[in-house]
Design a protein around this ligand. Structure first.
Ligand SMILES: [Zn+2]
Ligand SMILES: [Zn+2]
Length: 265
């Protein structure tokens, strides 16, 4: 397997004689196969070094090349890579630089993830960038904690934003959810959105009806009987509301049966 790979990689390398530095050779190699799966072993051979992972990081952080891994492309195995487009993305490069700064400043991994998401509120951050600031093993757990325990409105393709590519995260607001709307288990939260067809139960707003001119809107899950008054974290006690109507229902302090009536008004 490896022998075959090496023969292949070396043959491919033959076309890259004018690219001397390891990073340049890796980039030139990736560019030969835009969108295709490349084994880490191939890049080791092409780069001529064991530390090719550092070169990949430089290509992302310093130059903004979108090199995907299994974090954003599910079909990729560990140690497989794909260059998504031939040109670097300057906005992505800036995000990677921010991620790099946050990673270096230390502190807890949860705070680092939150800082990255806040730096790009309402804009997408990739799973790779989150894994970069938090550590690959910590990332998913930290996102879950931020959503459930701290009430940060972090959405993904599976949680409220079916229009997003998979492996992408957006912090939709700098306001945390009210304390009593937190601690809803992820599967229940997602189940409520699904049951309600990803629409506000009051006005029917959904992500598809978002227009760029309109005020920023997003979906949230709200308790019919407040949690601290004995309301359970169950589908039957939860409804999907857009943030406008969520704010309204809290301002008017409508709960229980009154809430169900209000939804139909
Ligand atoms: Zn609404
Ligand atoms: Zn609420």
């Amino acid at each position: 397997m490896l022998t075959g790979l090496r023969t292949l990689a070396k043959k491919r390398l033959g076309t890259l004689t004018d690219a001397s530095a390891a990073r340049d050779r890796i980039l030139a190699y990736l560019k030969l196969f835009v969108g295709e799966v490349i084994e880490g072993e191939e890049l080791q051979v092409v780069g001529g070094i064991q530390e090719f992972a550092r070169r990949i990081r430089e290509l992302r952080v310093e130059f903004g090349y979108n090199v995907a891994t299994g974090v954003s492309r599910e079909e990729l195995k560990p140690d497989q890579y794909a260059l998504e487009s031939i040109e670097p993305d300057t906005e992505a490069a800036e995000k990677w630089r921010t991620a790099n700064r946050i990673r270096k400043q230390g502190g807890g991994s949860r705070d680092r993830v939150l800082e990255l998401l806040k730096a790009y509120v309402e804009r997408p951050v990739t799973g790779e960038q989150i894994a970069y600031v938090a550590g690959a093993r910590e990332a998913a757990r930290r996102i879950r904690e931020l959503r459930r325990e701290y009430g940060w409105r972090i959405v993904t393709k599976q949680t409220g934003r079916p229009d997003l590519p998979s492996g992408t995260y957006i912090l939709e607001s700098l306001d945390q959810l009210a304390e009593h709307d937190r601690h809803i288990p992820d599967d229940v939260y997602d189940g409520v959105l699904e049951r309600d067809g990803n629409r506000c139960r009051k006005c029917g707003w959904s992500v598809e009806s978002r227009s760029s001119a309109a005020k920023r809107q997003f979906l949230e899950v709200h308790h019919i009987i407040y949690h601290h008054e004995g309301g359970k974290n169950e589908l039957s006690n939860l409804v999907t509301l857009c943030n406008v109507h969520h704010d309204e229902v809290h301002r008017l302090k409508i709960a229980g049966k009154d809430l169900l009536v209000w939804l139909k008004e």
